[in-house]
Write a protein that binds this ligand. Structure first.
Ligand SMILES: *Cc1c(COP(=O)(O)O)cnc(C)c1O
Length: 387
């Protein structure tokens, strides 16, 4: 028995464990101080009413002989795929039913899709980055190269014609930076991918935070993207499904063999999302569900706005916060990420995430999130302004 040695090449991530350790230490030494966490990377509002009602009904169905369900259809139930299809058509993207694959979330599919690609492909990821893109490729022994996201390109890198990549990760709106590509910028990536016979893996997990009608929710809003992109989306941030688990992946048939290969991969290694959860997900796409989830998204966006406006008042350079729950700021006074972390914790008892934990270009930057309560966000920003 030999182990997969690629695992030895994974970089240990101490980011969240170090944050937790520092916060616990501070709390133990300062029991009278109220710490406010603006580093939360998970939703905090509960599932909406329509989803809960629908889920209860689906649970009951499972206990009755005539409505009980066993294994579901390979790509997900028609009722949910039709709902996703309709959701896309609102952005003028037309999908065939067999291009839509229901999943248990974007993270697993982002990792699993790599089963379809040769080990020798060159992978291009932006830095700073959501760590999943890098680690899944390292596990498979693939070479990863980075493209710099920085203040010069407002954390939205564009392709370098001298670099030949085969698999390209794009996350827009971005985690950790909150930056969003416009259609012209995404078109440059699509043109590059087609020219280089490359494939874009587009992570749209935060598309529901976009409120500017000119900004693309889906890469398929760009001409020719169906010839060069797979899209991953999730109900996690959209509807608070981080613990409930449901998402969808779009593999266009115009990508040739990939659509059938993904079906084969999924039918071999995956047996679908629970009926109860797929019904809950369907409820998200009903008019009532959409109204309710938008209230939650707007609650987070209001927090993001409060943070962004405070930073503006303090003349602190930042991106995100408008079409995203994330705010990515330049640490004041040229502090390093961890220096600023300690400073904020000591002086204002605010916890955020050091940008350096997301890649080399994150050094000197800091991530705040809008997933806290409005009261806490306001209180944190009142403290921030006094610094
Ligand atoms: C939260 C998140 C996801 C969603 O992952 P799930 O597995 O669907 O919960 C995907 N991509 C990014 C960048 C995220 O931050």
């Amino acid at each position: 028995m030999n182990l997969n040695k690629n695992y030895e090449n994974l970089e240990q991530s101490y980011l969240f464990s170090t944050v937790a350790k520092k916060v616990n230490e501070f709390a133990a030494n300062n029991p009278d101080k109220k710490i406010i966490r603006l580093g939360i990377g998970d939703v905090t509002l509960p599932l909406c009413k329509k989803v809960i009602e629908t889920m209860h009904h689906a649970v009951d169905e499972m206990g009755i002989q005539s409505t009980f369900r066993g294994y579901g259809p390979e790509q997900g139930y028609d009722f949910l795929r039709e709902a996703v299809q309709k959701y896309y058509s609102a952005h003028n993207v037309n999908l065939d039913m067999d291009e839509i694959f229901i999943s248990d979330g974007a993270k697993s599919d982002l990792g699993n899709i790599l089963d379809l690609f040769d080990k020798d492909n060159v992978v291009l990821v932006p830095d700073p980055v959501y760590p999943v893109y890098v680690d899944t490729n390292i596990m498979a022994g693939r070479k990863v190269i980075f493209t710099d996201a920085n203040s010069e390109n407002c954390f939205l890198p564009l392709p370098d014609k001298n670099i030949k990549a085969d698999l390209i990760y794009i996350c827009s709106p971005n985690n950790p930076t909150g930056a969003v590509y416009n259609k012209e910028q995404l078109k440059i990536w699509v043109d590059y991918a087609i020219e280089n016979n490359a494939l874009i893996l587009f992570d749209a997990a935060y598309e529901c935070f976009i409120s500017d009608s000119e900004l693309p929710h889906s890469i398929y809003e760009i001409d020719n993207a169906k010839k060069c992109a797979i899209e991953f989306c999730s109900l996690s941030k959209m509807a608070g499904f981080t613990g409930t688990r449901c998402g969808y992946t779009i593999v266009p048939k115009s990508l040739g063999k990939l659509n059938k290969m993904w079906l084969r991969r999924q039918t071999t290694k995956f047996n679908g999302v629970p009926y109860i959860v797929q019904r809950a997900a369907e409820a998200v796409f009903t008019p009532e569900g959409q109204k309710e989830i938008k209230e939650n998204i707007n609650y987070y966006k209001e927090n993001a706005k409060i943070i962004s406006e405070t930073l503006k008042k303090c003349n602190i350079w930042h991106v995100g916060g408008k079409h995203s729950p994330y705010i990515w700021l330049k640490c004041p006074n040229n502090m390093k990420s961890w220096e600023f972390f300690d400073y904020l914790l000591e002086k204002a008892q605010i916890v955020g995430t050091p940008g350096a934990g997301f890649g080399k270009n994150g050094e000197g930057y800091f991530r705040l999130t809008a997933f806290g309560s409005k009261e806490n966000t306001l209180e944190a920003m009142n403290r921030f302004i006094l610094l």
